[in-house]
Design a protein around this ligand. Sequence first.
Ligand SMILES: Cc1ncc(C[n+]2csc(CCOP(=O)(O)OP(=O)(O)O)c2C)c(N)n1
Ligand SMILES: [Mg+2]
Length: 623
Amino acid sequence: MSAATRRLTTAQALVRFLSAQYTERDGVRRRLIAGTWGVFGHGNVAGIGQALVEYADVMPYHQGRNEQAMVHAAVGYARQLNRLSAQAVTTSIGPGATNLVTGAALATVNRLPVLLLPGDYFASRVADPLLQQLEHPVEADVSVNDTLRPVSRYFDRVTRPEALIPSALGAVRVLADPAETGAVTLALPQDVQAEAYDWPEEFFAERVWSVRRPAPDPAELAAAVTAVRAARRPLVVAGGGIHHSEAEEALKAFVDATGIPVASTQAGKGSLRHDHPADLGGIGHTGTAVSDELARTADLVIGVGTRYTDFTTASGTLFQNPDVRFLNLNITGFDAHKLAARTLVCDARSGLELLTEALAGHRVEEPYAAEYRAGKERWEQVVETAYRAQDDTAVPTQTQVLGALDAVVGDEDVVINAAGSLPGDLHKLWRSRSPRQYHLEYGYSCMGYEIPAALGVQQAAPGTPVWALVGDGTYLMNPTEIVTAVQENLPVKLVLVQNHGYASIGGLSESVGAERFGTAYRHRAGDGTFTGAPLPVDLAANAASLGMDVLRAKTVRELRDALAEARASSRPTCVYIETDPAPTAPPAEAWWDVPVAEVSAREAATRARARYDTEVAERRRHL
Ligand SMILES: Cc1ncc(C[n+]2csc(CCOP(=O)(O)OP(=O)(O)O)c2C)c(N)n1
Ligand SMILES: [Mg+2]
């Protein structure tokens, strides 16, 4: 070995390199890749696996059960730390690698960093076809890992040791870049992982990646200020970018100075504390009445760090003021330009601070402020009604479950959810008390995110009570990481809501004329349909069998006690509750486009289509 080089395998070099990467923002330095999750197979056991044991002192290893779940855990971790620290996930080739696809898509859709390290075919091809190799008949360089390309923000296959150098540098650049980040994939041919090379020492030097806060262009800022001053009914739509940028204080200062109210997306909820007079709660299909009413009449929508999904815009039907204009403050030009907006391409915090400064003295008129404050008060009553149970000894409805949880959590507790009927209820009702409390993954709304994400959040925030809220369908999709929580003694709290199937999709199915087909968990009846008795499945026993403490609650009072006990426990604990299906959630205030059969022999569908045709006529294009 010469003085300037170090002889290591490619896998050893990668692990060593990753352990020396840091991010820095606002003077705070963190490990960029703080740990590596892994399930081993022949595609990574001898390469990355060996490197992880050799460098266990500098790269913590976490043992997962399922590759998709490991990505969810890593994403939960990165989100909790505002994308300033992330984790890697190593897999074997073949099924281990393709199990990453869902998690990768979730990460990329939500703009959250995760480094994926799947094994790949031999670069030498001498032993083809390997166990689990695709062997594409006419595109010989394609492997199953190519399924990760469209869901990755950076992809490379490292087919020679020295190719790792540019590849690894490119990967970490994207992971640390606030405008580009998402899933990053380095596919690692199995033979290359184990191959030795003389690496330049500089490759292993500490590197600090500055997570920049770009300021807006002065001309764009001046135009934005003119637009805000001219608006009579401005409304902020707060997206996830506010959290990623830690711009909550800057938003509050902007709102306190201008009186402009804030409605939030699923990712942005909690940007303002729920009891701030200008916080109107969720917007869009699952929004509050006051947010959606203001959205309908707003003349200037100020989108901050939002992607404007169909839930936010009510599939293009929400912003109905004929003169409505958009002003989008976003770190990506891609999102900033949506809805033909005026753009402020910048970091959320620096943009809001400069806007506040430039708007000094400007305030919305008092009647407008009085209007939204009154609307907010009316919505508070809706929340109270949905939360309150008249009878403590009765089986709770789902919104009463949320009411019980609301009564138990503290300001810093984190509540995680992603799919089912809970996201809508939470978006309408939840009272966020701190910026990190409301952790809704609704970019991909992926059933099965919740439990593994809770592990990642708990790793990022030791000592903070972390709650995963899951429906029975979601639980069955992905309970595997309960075992990991038990192994690592991560005291995550699981609230398991049993309603015997897909309540959310059942309701949606009914509204689109599909008659709840295939959405209940029931025995097959004599006529061949799934309308028999509920299935004798005991999910509480299942969670207990995986090692969790389980508290079964039957009534509102028992639920409250169980939640308090779970919160105080230092062990992973599941609170199991069967809910009353009575509808206590407020109905949707705005539409969501789910196209309905244009022709059908069944009446439910023809009726639904007639309704659909009226709704769709409301759609506007903002050009
Ligand atoms: C991985 C995945 N598959 C399918 C869906 C579509 N989907 C959304 S909600 C839902 C049902 C969720 O059931 P459950 O967790 O029991 O919640 P509930 O609807 O009963 O509240 C389904 C199938 C999804 N979001 N994610
Ligand atoms: Mg369910």
